[in-house]
Design a protein around this ligand. Structure first.
Ligand code: NIG
Ligand code: FE
Length: 395
């Protein structure tokens, strides 16, 4: 039975300390949650949906994707299989810059058409919200086109889209050796133009030897702050560059990748409430061996999120269930940590307070699974047990 505007849903509700739980939804919001035995009689005439003990979680949130992009990089994959490193491919003019060529050649319709199958794969696994970055245009026009395409995804499907402006992703070929000029002449003007068009929810950057340095990212972040936009950062992915320190100075929503982060970085992230977004798909794809400092994150109480990093180079991944499995198997997260990483902490990494948990007043974004426990969700590989997705109270 379809779930409609008002519903009482019974099942094994995550966060409810009773084997038989219930969630009551009204007009897209959660209005009651608790043990089945305690459901107030006022709701007894509302449509009842017995999920027969199925696990009910908050809908998943993919808080880090580059899902809008032109083309693919299967050739680069083959080069890496022959022994070339991700960094070496990038320095030889492949990598991000090769996706820039394909993205510039695609119009808005083509970008949307290429992204929709990837988005549909995410939605089929109970996703309600997807973050989408720019960063493969690297000229004003194409950065704006990517963000417009991202916004369109939210109109083409029942999903919430949050955009991040990532003009500081790579130096395009026409600015080779002139990164500062690129920041001043393209990146910052593109940010201002995209913001004026209402296309930017947050500002991101890539602080890395093959990306931008601290000063360049700080200049972009200063503009973000002046515009009232929150920031996030690809930090300490391939080396330790001081990304966590810089991000926390700006009160960043998240620091992402963070394989090379230190114990001191964990303390900084905890103090500023910045989420560490773990991206096991990229770790796996580039055969990284440096583990993110999970024990330090735990010890300092850093909220940890998990995301796909869906992109054509370092993480051609369109499954949060697989990201969950990898987060557990590769990074030794517990299934409960991984689940919070895909829900509560992912929402926080996007600055969203109205989703990511099953609590009164929040959006009724739910995923109902043909499993009994989070561990059962996390341990399978390549199997999708989604029973129903509820988006804003509706199936
Ligand atoms: O998150 N690290 C930089 N950006 C992407 C990779 C993008 C690409 O290789 O196309 C990432 O891994
Ligand atoms: Fe990324």
């Amino acid at each position: 039975m379809e779930i409609g505007a008002r519903a009482v849903i019974f099942g094994n509700v995550v966060g409810v300390d009773a084997p038989h739980g219930a969630v009551v939804t009204d007009a897209g919001r959660i209005v009651w949650v608790g043990a089945r035995a305690d459901v107030p009689p006022d709701y007894s005439a509302w449509p009842q949906h017995d999920m027969q003990g199925r696990l009910i979680t908050p809908a998943f949130i993919d808080c880090h994707t580059h899902i809008i992009h032109g083309g693919h990089r299967a050739r680069e994959f083959e080069m890496r299989l022959q022994g070339a490193s991700y960094e070496a491919v990038a320095r030889a003019g492949g990598g991000i810059v090769s996706t820039v060529t394909a993205t510039r050649a695609a119009d808005e319709d083509a970008l949307v058409a290429q992204a929709l199958p990837r988005l549909d794969a995410l939605l089929a696994e109970g996703v309600s919200c997807v973050e989408v970055k720019s960063g493969y245009g690297l000229d004003v026009e194409t950065e704006l086109r990517m963000l417009r395409a991202a916004r369109r995804l939210g109109r083409e499907r029942t999903v919430r889209v949050r955009t991040s402006f990532l003009g500081a992703h790579a130096v395009p070929a026409e600015f080779a050796g002139r990164a500062d000029a690129y920041i001043d002449e393209v990146c910052i003007p593109a940010l201002r133009a995209a913001h004026a068009e209402g296309l930017v929810d947050a500002v991101d950057g890539f602080l890395e030897g093959i990306g931008f340095d601290n000063n360049q990212i700080a200049r972009v972040f200063d503009v973000a702050c002046a515009l009232g936009l929150p920031v996030k950062l690809h930090a300490e992915q391939l080396s330790h560059m001081g990304g966590c320190a810089l991000a926390t100075k700006y009160g960043a929503l998240s620091a992402d990748h963070v394989e090379y982060a230190t114990d001191a970085d964990a303390a900084l992230l905890a103090a500023s409430g910045t989420v560490a977004v773990l991206l096991p798909g990229a770790f796996y794809t580039i055969r990284e061996t440096q583990m993110p400092p999970i024990a330090a994150f735990r010890a300092h109480g850093v909220p940890m999120a998990l995301a796909t990093d869906c992109n054509p180079g370092s993480s051609p991944l369109t499954s949060l269930l697989l990201a969950m499995n990898m987060g557990c198997t590769l990074f030794r997260l517990t299934p409960d940590e991984a689940l919070r990483g895909l829900t509560e902490h992912a929402a926080r990494a996007l600055g969203l307070k109205d989703t990511g948990r099953i609590a009164v007043g929040l959006r009724a974004d739910l995923a109902i699974w043909n499993v009994e426990t989070p561990a059962e969700l996390a341990y399978r590989i390549g199997f999708n047990p989604l029973h129903q997705r509820v988006f804003g109270g509706l199936t």
